[in-house]
Ligand binder design. Structure first.
Ligand SMILES: C[S@@+](CC[C@H](N)C(=O)[O-])C[C@H]1O[C@@H](n2cnc3c(N)ncnc32)[C@H](O)[C@@H]1O
Length: 208
């Protein structure tokens, strides 16, 4: 089963209070760290049920949201219909497998998705290629963990990332002014104990 189909199975129960709170913190951090303008055209890869994009949408011109899961995108699309949001376009497509260089986004984001992607250097380079010069790439994901975060690691290609790794991916994708910071912690119970999984936000600016 491919990753899209696997996320189809959890789509209807994906939006939990902790994920909504996580998205609220991500958007708050993006808005406080990056000079987001109302003219911005945004790309989100691995948009899921759109919890981040829906909160970001009032602050930007338009958002192009990509995901591989029909189920996740159908939850997303129901929500934007209900809320009357007009500036989000949704695509079920693997944009990372495309070789064309769009280069016209002011902000590219990917949240909790990079750990599902095998060749992260290649993915970060492609995400950077979608940016205008001066545009920003934002990646939110797990910090290095011991493999216990997911109860099933079938589609998990990386047990989080360490800061040096992230910085190196950003540098090799022509990004500058790189900043990596822990923005919150996910609590999960594992074998009767409370475990804490820190999540980072990394951003950088396209230089050339
Ligand atoms: C853990 S969810 C994160 C959803 C959302 N961004 C969030 O922060 O809650 C990961 C999502 O990435 C999608 N995904 C995984 N690999 C992808 C790829 N190559 N292109 C687009 N979406 C992908 C999955 O279908 C899933 O919806």
């Amino acid at each position: 089963m491919d990753i899209g189909k696997r996320f189809d199975q959890v789509a209807s129960r994906y939006d939990t209070p902790d994920k909504l709170e996580r998205s609220r913190i991500i958007v708050e951090k993006i808005l406080s760290e990056i000079p987001v303008k109302k003219s911005f055209k945004v790309l989100d890869v691995g948009a899921g049920t759109g919890t981040v994009d829906i909160l970001l949408s009032p602050y930007v011109r338009e958002i192009y949201a990509y995901d591989l899961s029909e189920g996740m995108l159908s939850v997303f699309s129901e929500k934007i219909k209900k809320k009357g949001i007009k500036n989000i376009k949704i695509f079920k497509e693997d944009i990372l497998n495309k070789n064309k260089n769009h280069g016209d986004f002011d902000l590219v984001i990917t949240s909790m998705t990079l750990h599902h992607i095998d060749d992260t250097y290649n993915a970060v380079k492609k995400l950077s290629d979608f940016l205008n010069i001066g545009g920003y790439l934002v990646i939110v994901d797990l910090e290095k963990e011991d493999g216990s975060f997911h109860s099933d690691n079938t589609d998990v290609k990386h047990f989080g990332f360490d800061r040096k790794e992230i910085e190196s991916m950003f540098r090799s994708a022509d990004l500058q002014n790189i900043n990596v910071q822990t923005i919150f912690t996910i609590d999960k119970e594992r074998e009767g104990k409370l475990r804490k999984y820190p999540v980072f936000m990394a951003y950088g600016r396209k230089a050339t």
